[in-house]
Design a protein around this ligand. Sequence first.
Ligand code: SF4
Length: 490
Amino acid sequence: MADALMPPAHPFDDDKLREECGVFGVVGVTDAANFVALGLHALQHRGQEAGGIVSHHPDHGFNSARRFGYVRDNFTKQSLMETLPGSLAIGHVRYSTSGSKGQTAIRDVQPFFGEFSMGGAAIAHNGNITNADALKRELIERGSIFQSSSDSECIIHLMARSLQRRVPERMQDALRRVEGAFSIVAMTRTKLIGVRDPLGVRPLVLGKIADGGYALSSETCALDIIGAELVREVEPGEMVVIEDGEVTSHRPFAQAKSRFCVFEHVYFSRPDSILGGRSVYETRRQIGVELAREAPVEADLVCPVPDSGTPAAIGFAHESGIPFGMGIIRNQYMGRTFIEPTEQIRNMGVRLKLNVNRALIKGKRVILVDDSVVRGTTSRKIREMILDAGAAEVHFRIASPPTAWPCFYGVDTPQREKLLAATMSEEEMRDHLSVDSLKFISLDGLYRAVGEAKGRKNSSPQYCDACFSGEYPVTPADMIEKGFEMKAAE
Ligand code: SF4
């Protein structure tokens, strides 16, 4: 897939929510680390700050490499990949963890490794542990010495304290103490292990590689890149253990109703991935269809805010009959060029990455379709650019409900007071953005687009939608201790 379809990976893109991690693992192939590097490259949109790989070879034991930056800049070097031999490997890409935003140290880069009495194990975690502070306090009091600021390291220490004899059982013991969201890929000398939390908040899929190998991945797009076939999703609350070409399934947690992150459909996952048996691209297109039905407006042109607004804009244009056009063009080559911009360049802001197609916009009533509004800073600048280019009217249509609450399950969100929708009504946001109209898809509309024909069951929602509804499926214990106020019961 072209970078064009990836969520933004640039310091100016601070007006989006960001997925914090992607995980990938393979077993049963020669040079497993090379497969993992390819998988991580396909998952780069889930974290661009750093990546790591651990492999195991019977003669060379466990080996690991952790690096800052893109997978393609590190894990393509022959000299590095030769240090990661073996037919079993796991890897991780990260944005940043809750403990160290903006000051990541290499010690925070996963996978984490633990040497136990019955052998070593490495784990890579996507998600966030919502009781990590309490667990850490307890573990430190009992003598654990933490190497990183990552909440994920708690799992290794909890495993070390388990009295079970085998790694999968130790991991089960550890994860029963953990609250929050986790999709984990782990390995021992002989086993590849995948686990999802009881609600299945973050994704994890199982794939089969020709000649008997298996892969575990955050998303199906990373199975495609290594030619693996999707077998199925790891189910919420399930642990799969793969050894000697056999997959066994275990149920270590009490059964719970699944609450997959609905925002994976809207924004985080790649549009060429399959989630819950549905094409992400098709779901996003359908969100545009629902949005056009819920919030029609007379206009001349439907434009996506590239790139993540594109499928919804296509759906909106199709349903409304209004022509689709690329009124905003994204510069695909921002990369890390301006990682430390001068003040003058910083002031150019959004114009560095987006430019208006003046010939298309001039004199038109334009509908801009974006995936979300977080702080609203980018939306304001885009509106200015569109008007400067001679648009007659600007209408925003947003492919998610107002983001009014922070996420505590593995997505980087600003504090609540920085979220535009936390402090303003829809009308106030429209005035603040100075646009002719602003409409968000409703929660019911979003649920219909993801395949729930009757919309959201308010008494028992089918997804996690806490960043829109304020209804958190797992109580964020650490944040409440720090003063976060949950929404009052209605
Ligand atoms: S709070 Fe929002 S972003 Fe976080 S898991 Fe729930 S739906 Fe996803």
